[in-house]
Design a protein around this ligand. Structure first.
Ligand code: FAD
Length: 501
């Protein structure tokens, strides 16, 4: 930093992360602050990232985006959850649906009543108590329903990430963000502090700044190559190290959910958009060649492929420090976990909002920077644990990749969660952990992780009352879903909505 006040932000990189950062700063930074974004068309963006989680409403809402315009501009569709096909074993499927499952009684969450009912042989599969899953599986969608049985029906979106970045670019440029096209050739640092002083572009232009946001993707040009923040490699927990993506023409059902299908040495995603379906394989190169992955991907599409799949290499893990000195890393520059639960765009947004919550006016306070990095560490490791659960609790015996991940050593934090669940059906959610008890509950049950016990308070309900609780919930949800329009009709109607005032 050349001075004690931050008046010049420089964002390196213009993928989803870069333009989300630009839009947020354009909206919230002090008037008079300059925001410059540098990106290189020659490098391009990673070009994937199409499924989100409901928290994205907070980001879009904070920017003041019009929802119908956003869905129209990004060719989006709605998402009520993720289907996991074949993850426990071939031919079985379950859903991690957003929102509640069933109704608890008093202080006790529903999972304990369901576990007791399961012991009595009167529990039905979780779908019968989940509004989101019932709607998703019958291809229906509704927005803004508020009834006593289902006070919420949270949803997220599938969208074209390239179009989202372009949309945010228009938003940002209209609010004064200056975009510079060019290749960053050098990151200049102050000799005394090592903080970043300027970016030099090929061709000689020099862009000085007070605070820099590294959105340069996997290469981490500022945070790693210049500042050497370090990297925590999590390959031992999440061994997939390659992805291959290919869109295809629309075909099959226009599902209001993402599908993740387990394959021989990884899994395949399916994300329906208005104009195409996004597909991809995530796999372990130690167990599957690129050619085999491409063949598997191409032979499991619902429509004609719209291009050739190309491998993307990655190492799962995160930077040790996301914020160092006057540089914050966002997106792939901060780290990467496979898109099994659609968390990457969320991690960009949550880092932006955490940063804005302590927006430095001048030289960043080292204690605040440490706090920020601790929070990031907590957030990332707990998401990692949730992803690992999907792998470790598989019963796909005899398949080398699945055998390996079933027997791998687990992080202590995940071991503790598994132990709690197995012993008493208790799900310990730490403060501000992203995934809720209901999310963990669905994956535990879906993956066949058995709970030996449940909270004895669930026994205070007479068996008949328990039956009524379950049947009443199921009946009300089924009736409610019947009223909902089909997802396709809902989208077509929704994008015609006039702009909000
Ligand atoms: P990039 O898109 O790689 O952008 C990097 C930018 O930096 C580009 O503009 C590039 O031009 C610029 N740049 C780099 N070097 C230089 C240089 N020297 N000079 C100038 N400019 C430079 N996320 C989800 O939330 N949901 C998903 O479903 C999902 N699916 C994914 C599937 C895969 C296979 C992968 C790999 C990721 C997925 N993600 C998903 C993550 C998501 O794609 C990323 O989080 C998101 O796109 C952000 O990428 P980025 O902006 O950090 O990086």
């Amino acid at each position: 930093m050349t001075q004690d006040t931050i008046t010049r932000y420089v964002i390196a990189g213009g993928g989803t992360a870069g333009w989300m950062a630009a839009a947020a700063l354009a909206r919230f930074a002090q008037p008079g602050t300059s925001i410059t974004l540098v990106e290189s068309d020659a490098i391009g963006t990673v070009g994937v990232g199409e499924a989100t989680i409901p928290q994205i409403h907070l980001f879009n809402g904070a920017l003041g985006l019009d929802e119908a315009e956003f869905v129209r501009e990004t060719k989006g569709s709605f998402k009520l959850g993720i289907e996991f096909d074949g993850w426990r074993r071939e031919g079985e499927s379950y859903m991690h649906a957003f929102g509640n499952i069933g109704r608890g009684v008093g202080l006790l969450p529903f999972q304990h009543y369901w576990l007791r009912a399961a012991k009595l042989g009167i529990a039905k599969p979780l779908i019968r108590y989940s509004l989101n899953e019932l709607a998703a599986r019958t291809m229906r969608m509704q927005r803004g329903r508020r009834t006593p049985q289902s006070p919420e029906m949270p949803y997220a979106y599938h969208f074209d990430a390239g179009l989202y970045a372009a949309y945010l670019r228009r938003f940002s440029e209209a609010r004064g963000v200056v975009r510079k096209e060019g290749m960053i050739a050098q990151v200049e640092q102050h000799g005394d502090t090592g903080t970043i002083a300027a970016l030099s572009l090929e061709g000689g232009e020099r862009i000085e700044g007070d605070f820099f946001i590294d959105c340069t993707g996997f290469r981490g040009l500022l945070i790693e190559q210049a500042l050497g923040a370090g990297f925590d490699d999590w390959t031992q927990y999440l061994p997939c190290d390659r992805a291959m993506a290919v869109p295809c023409a629309n075909g099959g059902d226009f599902t209001p959910y993402t599908r993740s299908s387990a394959r021989k040495a990884g899994w395949q995603w399916r994300i329906p958009l208005q104009h195409r379906i996004g597909n991809g394989m995530v796999y372990s190169s130690a167990h599957l060649s690129d050619d085999e992955a491409a063949e598997t991907l191409l032979s499991n599409l619902d429509g004609e492929p719209l291009g050739d799949p190309r491998p993307i290499r990655f190492t799962t893990g995160k930077r040790r420090r996301h914020w160092q000195g006057n540089c914050l890393a966002l997106g792939l520059a901060a780290g990467f976990m496979e898109p099994l639960e659609s968390t990457s765009i969320h991690l960009i947004q949550s880092a932006i909002s955490r940063f804005l919550s302590v927006l430095p006016a001048g030289r960043p306070d080292p204690a605040i920077v440490d706090w920020f990095n601790d929070q990031a560490d907590f957030e990332w490791t707990r998401i990692r644990d949730f992803l690992v659960l999907h792998y470790t609790a598989n019963e796909r015996e005899g398949e080398p990749f699945w055998d390996t991940v079933r027997h791998m050593e687990l992080p202590d934090t995940l071991e503790a969660k598994l132990e709690n669940w197995r012993a008493s059906g208790f799900i310990h959610r730490e403060h501000e952990e992203l995934f809720t008890e209901v999310g963990w509950f669905q994956v535990f049950v879906g993956q066949g992780v058995e709970a030996r016990g449940y909270n004895p308070i669930a026994d205070t309900l007479a068996e008949e009352e328990l039956r009524q609780l379950l049947d009443g919930t199921e009946f009300a949800l089924i009736e409610e879903v019947k009223q909902m329009p089909r997802h396709l009709d809902f989208v077509q109607q929704f994008i015609k909505a006039p702009p909000q005032q």
